[in-house]
Ligand binder design. Structure first.
Ligand SMILES: CC(C)(COP(=O)(O)OP(=O)(O)OC[C@H]1O[C@@H](n2cnc3c(N)ncnc32)[C@H](O)[C@@H]1OP(=O)(O)O)[C@@H](O)C(=O)NCCC(=O)NCCS
Length: 159
């Protein structure tokens, strides 16, 4: 692994489409009924991790990531993905910390949805709570988590 850097990517940058390609390929799959770009192009904030010029992970903050559309309009941490060769080196945590810093400025409850047990464990450890269980656009079960950074007792987080 070379030099790892984390940067904001503007939606208009060609790199944003690259991020969507990575999300589609390594997370959602080509057969998923929604195209990653259709969601990512509406993101409020996109961040990517680079190994030199190569994007090796990305994530976003958006208001349209609800898997069943309920709670769209709220803030969502979304699209976290790290390329297989770069996993278990703390890159997801870099992405999460930057997403969270951006989102908490709004002083609103923050939502995130996952079916990945690694992410679930991470969120629960960082004071998120299970909000509801639903199905995503492909009919797969996924869990919606919530954290409310405006509540003082939740401020003592690990980021
Ligand atoms: C899930 C994913 C984003 C994790 O990225 P990562 O860069 O490997 O994660 P990190 O190295 O920052 O590790 C974060 C935490 O998860 C743990 N972890 C990561 N991969 C793990 C694994 N395979 N098994 C168990 N724990 C794991 C780490 O130990 C760390 O725990 P800690 O907070 O106790 O230290 C990555 O595996 C991935 O892209 N998966 C496919 C896409 C996906 O499912 N995205 C999530 C959509 S919601």
């Amino acid at each position: 692994m070379g030099t790892i850097k984390i940067k904001e990517i503007k939606v208009k940058s060609p790199l944003a489409k690259k991020c969507a390609g990575i999300i589609q390929e390594y997370s959602w799959g080509d057969n998923y009924p929604v195209k990653a770009w259709s969601e990512l192009k509406c993101a409020r904030y996109i961040i990517a991790v680079f190994d030199r010029k190569k994007i090796v992970g990305c994530s976003s903050v958006t208001r349209i990531a609800s898997p069943d559309k309920i709670d769209n309009g709220k803030l969502w941490l979304a699209n976290a993905i790290v390329l297989p060769n770069y996993r278990k080196k703390g890159i997801f945590k870099l992405l999460y910390n930057k997403q969270f810093k951006y989102a908490e400025k709004y002083n609103e409850p923050i939502f995130s949805c996952t079916s990945n047990p690694v992410i679930e464990k991470f969120l629960l450890k960082n004071r998120w709570v299970l909000y509801r269980i639903t199905k995503d656009e492909s009919g797969e079960m996924c869990k919606v988590f919530i954290i409310n950074p405006t509540q003082k007792h939740l401020k003592k987080t690990h980021h």
